[in-house]
Design a protein around this ligand. Structure first.
Ligand code: SAH
Ligand code: SF4
Ligand code: F3S
Length: 454
């Protein structure tokens, strides 16, 4: 296999990004190397997402665009992974006959083997398929991966919640947690490579280890908190129904745990929440937020929202707007409902017409923009601890200013900060440093400031 190269496209959530890193590590372990582009690669991997119709369309259109590449060099292999691969299986070969290999998220560890098999057997291969008990985890410890200040670590796979709109449990299978010793070893290895922050990933981290007896999640957090050299811990996502008091109070207790929680609410209407099978009420959600803010005043709270769920009325939508006003989220990710294969909501009626979904999305985003802007403005003049991630974009206004450089990082509350150093004799930060930045300006999606050298 020596001398062969690969190129990976990845879509979707952080779990897919993490899987893409693992794919790269497994391939490197078998002698493959990274190619600078798909054109230059012997193996092109497309790691797909299926969470909304648009995400799936992106995968199909990329596969279409890759067809000439395959035709131009038929011995080049095209492999499709991720959630569309799991959902469609062999149907991908019918619609895109130039694809050589289809593999689901549970076949990531076997990819190098599958590629070798495909090369030997010279016919398309499909490796999807689900829920055999979790296979023993293949080792993919870091080594030659992309070194970064902040790293993702998947702590559990799959989901058991079956929210009525969601394809994830159908494509990622049942919830399975990774053993704590593996997780801790992986984080230690990243820290040895220079990482200072980890983002623990799961569809519902609050039920980490529940089946395996490795929970509760705050216990894992406490163990991660002990890792020397690690500065910051984040996690995503928490399901509001399972957010325990122990987790809420962990924010005040564990010094490395960042003061930010992503807590998807989806809707502010009890009727819609019930139809979504979210298993909490608006009141319950507001109580959880209050509990978090008691434990750690000023904690940043972000959320996900869906507009135009089947049967959502104007009144339901207004309840969501009122929830936004009441909670004052630091940021929201809002989506128009889209039907997905096999999900319960696909059979629900009436559907909200697309122009109305678009209108609701715009109204909601406009309202949130003002809230985020006000929260950002309130930070102007404050000093923030920023974990430096890397150099920022050079600014024209800085040209000719000797020694001034521009950097990018995040505050503990997860706000992106672009900042400048002071001048010729100023300190030059390095990625991985935690520095103090005086915030001078607020923007819609970020802040800017000056390195504080006092
Ligand atoms: N496990 C996470 C979310 C994973 S999916 C959780 O429970 O919060 C990320 C987001 O995509 C969801 O929070 C939801 O807001 C959105 N989403 C999922 N399915 C969708 C669909 N069919 N249409 C529109 N948005 C959807
Ligand atoms: Fe989807 Fe709900 Fe599971 Fe999140 S908790 S992945 S929204 S089914
Ligand atoms: Fe998409 Fe699969 Fe993640 S559907 S959001 S890539 S779990």
């Amino acid at each position: 296999m020596d001398g062969k190269s690969f190129y990976i496209y990845t879509f979707g959530c952080q779990m897919n990004a993490y899987d893409a890193e693992r794919i790269a590590r497994f391939l490197r372990g078998r002698g493959w190397s990274a190619a600078p582009s798909a054109e230059a690669a012997d193996l092109v991997v497309v790691n797909t997402c299926s969470v909304r119709a648009k995400a799936e369309q992106k995968a199909w259109s990329l596969l279409g665009r890759l067809e000439p590449l395959k035709r131009g060099r038929p011995e080049r292999l095209l492999a499709v992974g991720g959630c569309v691969a799991e959902q469609e299986g062999g149907r991908i070969l019918e619609r895109a006959p130039h694809v050589d290999l289809v593999f689901g998220p549970r076949a990531v560890e076997r990819l190098p083997e599958l590629v070798e098999k495909r090369l030997r057997e010279r016919k398309p291969l499909v490796a999807v398929g689900t829920d055999e008990e979790s296979p023993p985890e293949a080792e993919a410890l870091p080594g030659e991966g992309p070194a970064g200040v902040s790293r993702y670590v998947t702590i559990m796979q799959g989901c058991d919640n079956f929210c009525a709109y969601c394809v994830v449990p159908h494509v990622r299978g049942r919830e399975r947690s990774r053993p704590p010793d593996r997780i801790l070893a992986e984080i230690q290895a990243y820290v040895a490579e220079g990482a200072r922050e980890v983002v623990l990933l799961g569809q519902n981290v609050n039920s980490y280890g529940a089946k395996e007896g490795w929970g509760p999640f705050p216990r894992l957090l406490a163990a991660v908190n002990e890792i020397e050299g690690l500065r910051r811990i984040r996690f995503t996502t928490s399901h509001p129904k399972d957010l325990t008091d122990e987790l809420a109070t962990a924010f005040g207790r564990l010094e490395k745990l960042c003061p930010h929680i992503h807590l998807p609410v989806q809707s502010g209407s009890d009727r819609v929440l019930a139809a979504m099978n979210r298993r909490y009420s608006r009141r319950h959600y507001l109580d959880k937020v209050a509990r978090l803010r008691d434990s750690l005043p000023g904690i940043a709270v972000t959320t996900d929202l869906i507009v135009g769920f089947p049967g959502e009325t104007e009144e339901d939508f207004e309840a969501t707007l009122r929830l936004l006003a009441e909670v004052r989220f630091d940021g929201v990710f809002a989506f128009m409902y889209s039907d997905r294969p096999n999900v319960a909501a696909a059979g629900l009626a009436p559907k909200v017409p697309p122009p109305e979904k678009r209108r609701r999305l715009q109204v909601l985003l406009r309202m949130q923009e003002e809230i985020t802007a006000a929260i950002h403005r309130a930070l102007v003049g404050t000093r923030q601890e920023v974990l430096v991630e890397g150099p920022g974009r050079p600014l024209r206004s800085l040209e000719g200013k000797e020694g001034v450089s521009r950097w990018t990082g995040r505050t503990p509350g997860n706000k992106i900060v672009h900042f400048e150093t002071g001048g010729p004799r100023g300190k030059i930060p390095r990625p991985g440093d935690v520095v103090v930045v005086r915030i001078t300006q607020a923007h819609a999606h970020s802040l800017s400031g000056l390195l504080d050298e006092s």
